[in-house]
Design a protein around this ligand. Sequence first.
Ligand code: GDP
Length: 444
Amino acid sequence: MAFEGLTERLQNAMKRLRGKGKVSESDLRDTMREIRLALLEADVNFDVVKDFVKTVRERAAGAKVLEGLNPAQQIVKIVDEELTKTMGETATPLNKSTKIPTIIMMVGLQGAGKTTTAGKLANRLKTEDKARPLMIAADVYRPAAIDQLVTVGKQIDVPVFEMGTDTDPVEIVRQGLAKAEEDHNDYVFIDTAGRLQIDEQLMDELARIKELAHPDEIMLVVDAMTGQNAVATAEGFNDKLDVTGVSLTKLDGDTRGGAALSIRAVTGKPIKFVGEGEKMSDLDVFHPDRMASRILGMGDMLSLIEKTQKEVDEKQAQELTEKMRENTFDFNDFLDQMEQIQKMGPMDQLVKMIPGMANNPALANASMDPKDMDHIKAAIYSMTEQERTDPDVLNPSRRRRIAAGSGRPIQEINRMIKQFNQMKKMMSQVSKGNFSGMEGLMNQ
Ligand code: GDP
């Protein structure tokens, strides 16, 4: 199975943290060392590993313990999020042209899986989108390559344009595109030649095809089983052709996972699809988050973490509702909210969890500049406990002291206090079911 070794090693790395109420510096160091070794052994690119470990370590060291999560769970969460980020965060769809046909040029080394992937993609578009693709056979160096594409075409009932092996590939593509126009095909796949290694002649030919066809997608096909070679290949093709997407094949045979984890970070280009078998249906959209959970092999723990996180969020929203109702919201709560915002997302999201607020149009444009947030925090830090809990005592001389203490102009302090008072008023109104006047407040 894919990633077997990596999954096991990552799990072992984090095992030592289980059941611990607190993670010591040395526990963290040992865990990070294990994670680093696990990734290197999985053939992940060295620089990618270095950056990854650095970020995880910093986040783990800086993380406050979240209510409801033990330290091990917290680190699993961080590792999961960073794995997802390394692989590109969200799924990236196939590029699509605004006019037909959308042209997809398949490139890659010989044997990587270009022809197979072209067939799989065409098949997917045909069955899912009722598309009418055409495939052009532009690999004239291997007669078997043309036969193979024709066979695939028959299998999935997609037409193949071919002119044998005696015509220049650029000319084949030109005529193939004319044929697609004539037949109103909405997608065209150009199956190009590959070599065992990247060479100049091949790259020149591909560049000429690119120039003629102006493809919407230059899909680089790489074999996951070749690990770091796949990454080097991706870099090579990307340098010459500026590819737009990557399809990773043979993930079913890749027990290490290095290519999947490195390609995005090294080339900056998204992995869009993964092949996990030889059949025409063995193609999946690449979802970085799902892949990360799969690599960690901790599906259960991750959903538990997600659930706990949600419960904690809900509990906080509930507490906020209480405060609003009782009109006891003070600067300490405000500060808490600021910290929440910075830690887990904007306050508008938190407010949206309050019953009745989720679809309130007044919240549609609610947002806050992080810099403003830092200034407000600095001001609150300069307040005494009495000032925080009882903002009414904030007379001009106290305000001047706060301005000096936080290094912000007095006008800004006055404005902030005014906004706070308005917000408090708004909150108490909202809790009584009166939503008017919120929009102006949120956009101030
Ligand atoms: P091309 O030379 O780049 O066009 O590569 P092909 O499409 O001919 O593929 C080379 C070999 O890899 C063929 O035997 C394919 O069946 C096989 N192949 C392609 N994709 C996958 C995949 O995702 N998993 C597995 N197991 N084999 C694959």
